[in-house]
Write a protein that binds this ligand. Sequence first.
Ligand SMILES: [Zn+2]
Ligand SMILES: [Zn+2]
Length: 251
Amino acid sequence: MIANYHTHTRWCNHAVGEIEDYIKAAIEAGLKEIAITDHVPQIENDDMARMRWEEFAAFNKELDEQIEKYKDEIRVIKGFECEYYPEKIETYKMFRKEYGYEILILGQHWCDHKRIDSFAKKEDEKPLYIYANEVCEGLETGIFTFLAHPDLILEKYNDDKWDMHSEKVMRQIFSTCERLNIPVEINVNGLRGGRRYPVSEALKLSKEYKLTYLINSDAHDPRFLSDEAIAKTEALAKSFNIEVTPMLGKF
Ligand SMILES: [Zn+2]
Ligand SMILES: [Zn+2]
């Protein structure tokens, strides 16, 4: 790994380490660039597992200071991981335009305006389709740089069964990414945490589409910028003959 575009910090309330700790760890790991992409704050503050809306100014100041401090050693990119909702798009554009958040990751942790854990039900395929529709609608807006953990919903659906519904929704998502030329992430944090994703069947299926792939640590701890889960995910991609893009070009 020479670049990581998915990094959280203690500001999101479920990760450890200051922004600076991640930058230092990235330099130590030999990365050429790192995007700090905490979960985007929402004005409603309806998710405890992310920074409060009121904290944004302090977070942004800290991030700008750290970027300046390390500018000769590493390129640090400002970004956010965001859910798609039509009413949020203007706010996301504002973060990009006014504050320079260049990378907006689509990570649909909320579906139908509910946290995915309470929204998805085991063995109920309806939420899968709602998830896929929201993801694809989000991709169509053109504001997202890449799609994080596209198969996130599958772990909420069942433990290990790949069925026609799983295939159908992943085809919908991959074909949209292909058509819009939006990179797809292979998420290290899923593998690191022993979670269901990255789902092998989804990776295999994705090969039927012409996709750009990124491997991202999705670090919630500075040590996770150079842990063995990264190498394991790289090996997993290789086992499917998936060529991973080491660095994003323009975005
Ligand atoms: Zn997180
Ligand atoms: Zn995520």
